[in-house]
Design a binder for this molecule. Structure first.
Ligand SMILES: [Zn+2]
Length: 275
């Protein structure tokens, strides 16, 4: 699933384009993709987006009259593309917004399962929809992170992925951040030293900034990630083969030398069964 760096790179790409022209026709949208029916999509016709915004892993397109927000959550397989006038696009996009002059914003989704979602909301409803999200991960800072770690008794990998606590990080960037911070994915928030909290806060910023820069240049996963999905490949810091462990429906990738003092992490679901 695209996370903060990927979504922010997309947002920057779309920001100027979506506000260049008024909307000629909003829709059609796939019935499984459009999650709201009131106001109807056609309410957007004739209005103009003020640009592209982002909150956590969602893209927001507010209208410049301050009334409506089109909210897009791409989930795993959704892709948003801006097609210039005359540019070929998919035959049946999950959502299409046609602009005056012929450009289009289209949402496509690979595979038959429609998981990506689109909501057309009033500003107030959009704010309520996003109210559960924690502070943005990029620029969080060590003071705020120390407060979060003191409040939540959690394993770090799980904490970083919880959008209600810190918004924008998923499993890929949680792997990258913890590797950069040289902390175990299983380390407990309340057991971190102040120095480790500093390191984690610095790694959140530096890794998300690194990811954003790479994604803006169009880098693919293989060049972007250093540990995520790199099982058996040498750690770029120490050369130890990257290891993996299953945890809470996710596969975690980590370096046993850099992060866990040489220990191989056990699958906690399995050890629960054996206990
Ligand atoms: Zn290493």
């Amino acid at each position: 699933m695209p996370e903060l760096p990927e979504m922010e790179a997309w947002r920057r790409q779309l920001d100027g384009a979506v506000s260049a022209f008024a909307i000629a026709k909003a829709g059609p949208a796939h019935i499984a993709t459009l999650k709201t029916f009131d106001p109807p999509l056609s309410t957007l016709d004739g209005r103009r987006f003020e640009g592209a915004r982002r909150r956590a892993k969602r893209l927001l397109f507010p209208t410049d009259d301050g009334e409506l927000v089109l909210l897009v959550h791409l989930m795993t397989a959704g892709r948003l593309r801006y097609l210039r006038a005359g540019e070929q696009g998919p035959k049946t996009p999950a959502l299409q917004i046609a602009f005056e002059g012929g450009a289009r914003l289209v949402l496509t989704e690979a595979g038959s399962k429609k998981r990506a979602g689109v909501w057309l909301l009033t500003r107030e409803a959009a704010e309520a929809e996003l109210a559960h999200l924690g502070p943005e991960a990029l620029g969080l800072g060590s003071e705020r992170l120390a407060e979060i770690c003191a409040d939540e008794s959690r394993r770090l990998h799980s904490l970083l992925r919880d959008q209600r606590v810190i918004a924008g990080i998923g499993r890929a960037w949680a792997n990258e951040i913890l590797h950069c911070a040289q902390l175990s994915p299983y380390a407990l928030t309340k057991e971190l030293t102040p120095e480790e909290v500093e390191r984690l806060a610095a790694a959140i910023d530096s890794e998300l900034a690194r990811g954003l820069e790479l994604r803006e240049r169009g880098a693919k996963d293989d060049r972007t990630y250093r540990v995520h999905k790199k099982l058996g490949e040498p750690c770029d810091v120490c050369g130890t083969p990257i290891a993996q462990v299953d945890f809470e429906e996710h596969t975690i990738y980590y370096c046993p030398t850099c992060q866990t003092g040489g220990r191989i992490l056990k699958d906690r679901r399995l050890s629960r069964l054996l206990r």
